[in-house]
Design a protein around this ligand. Structure first.
Ligand code: F7E
Length: 324
């Protein structure tokens, strides 16, 4: 029997990698794409009736819920929309599952940003028992959805709350730091921009992952417990639990910039752009992903230099493909 996996936000950056992860994983997944299954762009997840109708009709075994206002700056500029999508939208999906497919599992893409000010409480890696102390609108919407799902999980709802740390990879929009720097370098190499790269806060330190490692965690969680014909059943995941997805080490944004410039064939100077500095930027994030390792054997596998090289190549291809 195929396991029906519904992905919200399937056509987004992470969604495309989740689809690939599911397709290459043992077990038999039928991928349902909420975007493609519906007319146009699919139901607005903030629209409860539309979400309910879609879930009642599709009857998924698991939902990987990725659809979100994912850019912190966008959430800051349109907070009502960010709350409607990230918080109310998540509750809508949970409510629809409970009403129409109570056996289904919800996999929630939360965020390390939810820990916010609490990162400063820890010297070393932050684990899942650290309080959520969000500092931005984006982080608050994700933290509240995480807490609300934790409450439903305590009542027996099958829900896995992931808290992924920063992740990058091919296909990421050049609005996020790695793809942003890579895009500027690719444009400089193509002589479409002066050899000056514009940057924000280079002193921030982040625990970076490759999106393909994150996508594998979501796919594993969706497939766990699914029958696998020629193998023993996958280790069932403990329910009702939050999991960090992290590498366990922090890298200075300045080091990411240096590594990307080091991969380039041109000479580039650096200029701080005050518009890229944020009102409240967490100085340092490091995650402890020991719980995910113990529960289902997940570890970050792809080296940061591989991610950076792949993102730079991806941006070079995109810049070369542009006619302007
Ligand atoms: C975990 C979290 O991860 C993402 O949110 P983000 O952390 O805001 O991502 P970012 O790549 O824009 O910033 C990372 C760091 O890099 C610094 N930084 C310096 N200079 C530039 C710069 O020039 N551009 C950008 N974008 N950032 C810069 C910036 O100040 C920050 O400290 C989302 O996926 C979100 O959905 C999510 O959940």
């Amino acid at each position: 029997m195929k396991r029906k996996i519904l992905i919200t936000g399937a056509s987004g950056f992470v969604g495309r990698h989740v689809r690939t992860a599911l397709e290459t994983m043992p077990g038999d997944a039928e991928i349902l794409d909420l975007n493609a299954a519906e007319a146009g762009d699919g139901p607005d997840i903030a629209d409860q009736a539309a979400v309910e109708a879609a879930i009642a009709r599709l009857q998924p075994d698991a939902v990987i819920h990725l659809a979100a206002v994912a850019l912190p700056a966008e959430a800051r500029d349109a907070p009502a929309r960010a709350w409607a999508v990230n918080f109310q939208g998540t509750l809508n999906i949970a409510a629809a599952l409970r009403a129409h497919c109570p056996q289904a599992r919800l996999i929630f893409a939360g965020s390390s940003e939810s820990y916010g000010a609490a990162f400063a409480l820890n010297e070393g890696p932050t684990d899942e028992l650290t309080p959520l102390m969000p500092q931005s609108v984006y982080a608050a919407t994700k933290a509240c959805a995480d807490i609300a799902l934790g409450q439903l999980a305590a009542e027996g709802f099958d829900c896995i709350r992931f808290r992924p740390f920063n992740h990058s990879g091919p296909g990421q929009a050049p609005l996020y730091v790695v793809a942003d720097f890579a895009r500027q370098i690719a444009e400089i190499e193509a002589e479409r921009r002066a050899p000056v790269i514009r940057v924000g806060n280079l002193d921030a330190e982040r625990d970076f992952l490759d999106v393909r490692d994150v996508a594998r965690a979501y796919a594993l969680a969706a497939m766990a417990g699914a029958p696998q014909p020629s193998k023993p059943p996958a280790q069932p995941l403990p329910h009702s639990t939050a999991y960090n997805l992290a590498s366990g080490r922090a890298v200075r944004i300045g080091a990411i910039l240096d590594a990307l410039i080091g991969m380039s064939r041109v000479s580039i100077s650096i200029e701080t752009d005050p518009d890229r500095l944020r009102p409240a930027d967490i100085p340092r994030t490091i995650g402890d992903a020991g719980r995910a390792a113990a529960a289902f054997g997940w570890r970050a596998e792809i080296a940061l230099n591989t991610t950076l090289a792949d993102v730079l190549d991806d941006q070079r291809r995109q810049v070369a493909g542009r006619s302007d």
